[in-house]
Design a protein around this ligand. Structure first.
Ligand code: BGC
Length: 349
């Protein structure tokens, strides 16, 4: 079986290699990989900056944004050959901590969770993979060409759940959301915002290419001005931050309407310093009962929400988020970001 592997923490080690076909453990599904989404985390791992190989070996099969078709499934697993599925990324820590023990492994407290394609478990970047039925999610067959967007959609589903839960502290009837960043996370966050009936604004640097069009087709408003200027004009009740860019992160923290909620989803590079007025930001957050919350990963509940959201969305709009499909053998192209990309996908079949 062909697989995309990398030696974590060593730059330039990504390669397609022949590995033995995986043999499902008792109860597991055997899945034919159809596609693999590539994100910033995969590029970080390939650049040698992140990632952990499974214990006892040096290479890791890359990939956590999966899509596959079940080749074989044990009786009683709830799955059958031909089903369209994605595999969940994270597994609970072995202790387990209180959160993992309750299925909230996305909120793991001791950091000993594992993640397919990222942390100590082989990923989904291969022609065949296996998965436990309890960590496989069935997709609507109409999502065959776009179901690879599931994993980023789960991250977004969790982010929206955080917003709801923080909002539930007091009276909360939000009207306007600003999403910063029109990559896959930002656009999917905008989609879920529209599905909730909110007035949606999206901010990104791009002035041309597929991003402004994708936003307008959702019925949302696209902005390419500075974050401070846009927040002043829009006065959003909610901001979903998906750029991870330090200045944008800081500007949006101070840019909500009263009782504003900022949900941070982007992982910033460290070491880039900017000068900011922390006192002013603190004052605003305190005096307006604002909240800034971080959100990463997703549990099974978020996978279910994301599967529903994608099934409800227009498949043509979703397919426009996939701006490049690259065969596995040409993985280096997929690992190289292009400014006009939204989502780049490796095809595995
Ligand atoms: C993935 C998450 C994962 C995180 C940290 C992200 O790219 O979407 O599932 O938890 O990286 O490893």
């Amino acid at each position: 079986m062909r697989a995309l592997t990398v030696t974590p923490l060593r730059a330039g080690t990504a390669e397609v290699r022949e590995l033995p076909d995986p043999v499902p453990d008792e109860g597991e599904l055997l899945v034919e990989g159809l596609a693999l989404g590539i994100c910033g985390t995969d590029r970080e791992i390939a650049s040698g900056a992140y990632g952990w190989a499974p214990p006892g070996r040096d290479h890791l099969v890359l990939g956590h944004e999966s899509l596959g078709r079940v080749r074989s499934a044990p009786d009683g697993s709830g799955f059958s050959a031909g089903d369209l599925v994605v595999g969940v990324v994270r597994r609970p820590d072995p202790v387990p901590c209180g959160a993992c023990a309750r299925g909230e492994f996305d909120m793991c407290r001791n950091g000993r969770y594992t993640e397919r394609g990222i942390k100590q478990l082989d990923g989904y970047g291969s022609r065949l993979w296996t998965v436990e039925p309890s960590y496989a999610v069935l997709l609507d067959p109409r999502l065959e060409h776009v179901g690879v967007l599931m994993e980023p959609a789960t991250v977004v589903a969790k982010a929206w759940e955080q917003v709801d839960r923080v909002g539930a502290r007091a009276w909360f009837e939000p009207r306007r959301v600003l999403v910063t960043g029109a990559g896959p996370i930002g656009l999917l966050a905008a989609l879920l915002g529209v599905q909730r009936g909110l007035e949606v604004h999206v901010l990104d640097l791009a002035t041309g290419g597929p991003k402004p069009r994708a936003v307008r087709e959702l019925g949302a408003e696209y902005h390419s001005a500075g974050a401070g200027e846009v927040t002043e004009r829009v006065e959003p009740d909610i901001i979903i931050e998906a750029t991870g860019a330090s200045r944008v992160v800081f500007e949006v923290m101070a840019g909500t309407a009263p009782y504003g909620i900022v949900c941070l989803t982007g992982v910033s590079p460290v070491g880039r310093r900017i000068s900011v007025d922390v006192g002013a930001a603190n004052r605003e957050i305190v005096l307006e009962n604002d909240v800034v919350v971080g959100s990463v990963n997703a549990n099974l509940r978020h996978y279910a929400t994301a599967a529903d959201a994608l099934a409800e969305a227009d498949p043509d709009w979703l397919s426009r988020l996939i701006t490049r499909r690259v065969p596995l053998e040409r993985f280096t192209e997929a690992l190289t970001a292009d400014p006009d990309d939204i989502k780049v996908v490796l095809t595995l079949d």
